[in-house]
Design a binder for this molecule. Structure first.
Ligand code: KG4
Ligand code: ZN
Length: 353
């Protein structure tokens, strides 16, 4: 039974997924295996991702994950019709490990290699939960990205807003560090926030005036000052709850502000929220409530497809194989397909539009 094998190693998760080749209309039912090996414990000691260590871990983990995923999917190498891999954006050494493995596999099997954009993969994660209706606005929020993208149609993107400095996940994590929480502190900060008063402290909302950009570095500095001030009398539990709630409120407010401004201007049919920060309950709820009032459908994949994973890359590959007219005359097993180029390099920077 033919399948697509997808590999994702752009940051600190090694991920391999196997997707049934024929089932693109309901991709969530086509997932035969999906494995993610997280390196959080390794990087925690350094307070952030160490690129060389991450690349080394991918090198060690990838062959094991590949074998395990194929076993779980009950497929062998001869069933692989196409190999999909993240080409960028991401950490250079990490991308190189995934891309080299994928090239080797595709070459040895004589199968096409689809080297794809990670950000577009995040957008295709939406296809796993609902068919996209266009125009669709996408808020992609993670530790590395803060993007508001307009999808005018399939694979037709326009950047509406991006960050001038830190990504919002980075702002969550750096603020959490200042509150004494271990890396990555975003989820822990969100848990503290549930018990705090979001009005207790006033933090800036990144770029509140009319502008196409987000900016989160000011929040980090303001949090540092606030922590220094309250630390003089000791950082008690109540104050940590209040700080967490106020930080979260300011970060979410900035995301909502730009998203809603764009919604009012563009009037999209649907809105996709994705990336690791999409796991934030306060963000999901407040965005959901605002979009409901505007009559816009909110699509939020479950956390396993919001955070980095290879299934989203497999879904994107399946879509390309099915809809790209250059593949119309493609004969799997006879030729390699139009995109296959074993000369390609990793692209650490690769805007989605
Ligand atoms: O997409 P992701 O898994 O990895 C990349 O950065 O690509 O996103 C991880 C980010 C981290 O910054 C983490 O702190 C943040 O998502 N995050 C959260 C929550 N869960 C994960 N931030 C706020 N609230 C959460 N519940
Ligand atoms: Zn990502």
């Amino acid at each position: 039974m033919p399948c697509i094998l997808a590999i994702e190693t752009s940051c600190d998760e090694t991920a391999v997924s196997v997707l049934d080749f024929s089932a693109v209309n309901d991709p969530s039912k086509a997932v035969l295996a999906e494995l993610v090996s997280s390196q959080v414990n390794l990087h925690q000691a350094y307070g952030g991702v160490v690129p060389e260590l991450a690349a080394r871990e991918h090198l060690l983990n990838l062959p094991l994950l590949y074998e395990q995923a194929m076993k779980l999917a009950v497929r062998d190498a001869s069933d692989v019709r196409a190999v999909a891999v993240t080409r960028g954006p991401g950490l250079k050494g990490c991308l190189l490990v995934g891309l080299s493995f994928a090239k080797g596999l595709a070459l040895s099997l004589g199968r096409p290699l689809l080297a794809l954009n990670h950000l577009e993969g995040h957008i295709f994660a939406g296809h796993l939960v609902a068919p996209a209706t266009y125009p669709m606005l996408v808020l992609l929020v993670s530790g590395g990205h803060t993007l508001l993208v307009l999808a005018n149609g399939e694979r037709d993107y326009e950047i509406i807003s991006q960050t001038l400095d830190d990504a919002v996940g980075e702002a969550f994590d750096k603020s959490a560090t200042l509150l004494g929480l271990p890396y990555p502190g975003g989820p822990a900060l969100a848990r503290l926030a549930e018990r705090g008063d979001s009005q207790a402290f006033s933090f800036p909302v990144g770029m509140p005036q009319e502008s196409n950009y987000f900016s989160f570095s000011g929040v980090k500095t303001a949090v540092l000052r606030a922590v220094e001030n309250v630390s003089e009398c000791g950082l008690d539990e109540r104050t940590r709850f209040d700080l967490a709630a106020s930080i979260q409120a300011s970060l979410v407010r900035a995301l909502l502000k730009k998203s809603l401004e764009a919604c009012k201007k563009i009037r999209p049919k649907s809105f996709l929220l994705t990336g690791g920060v999409a796991a934030n309950q306060h963000l999901r709820e407040s965005l959901g409530a605002e979009l409901k009032r505007l009559g816009i459908k909110l699509i939020v994949p479950p956390p396993k497809w919001c955070t980095d994973n290879a299934t989203m890359m497999a879904v994107l590959a399946a879509h390309i194989l099915k809809t790209d007219s250059r593949y119309d005359s493609w004969q799997p097993g006879v030729d390699l397909g139009p995109d296959t180029d074993f000369q390609i390099a990793a692209l650490p920077r690769w805007p989605v539009a």
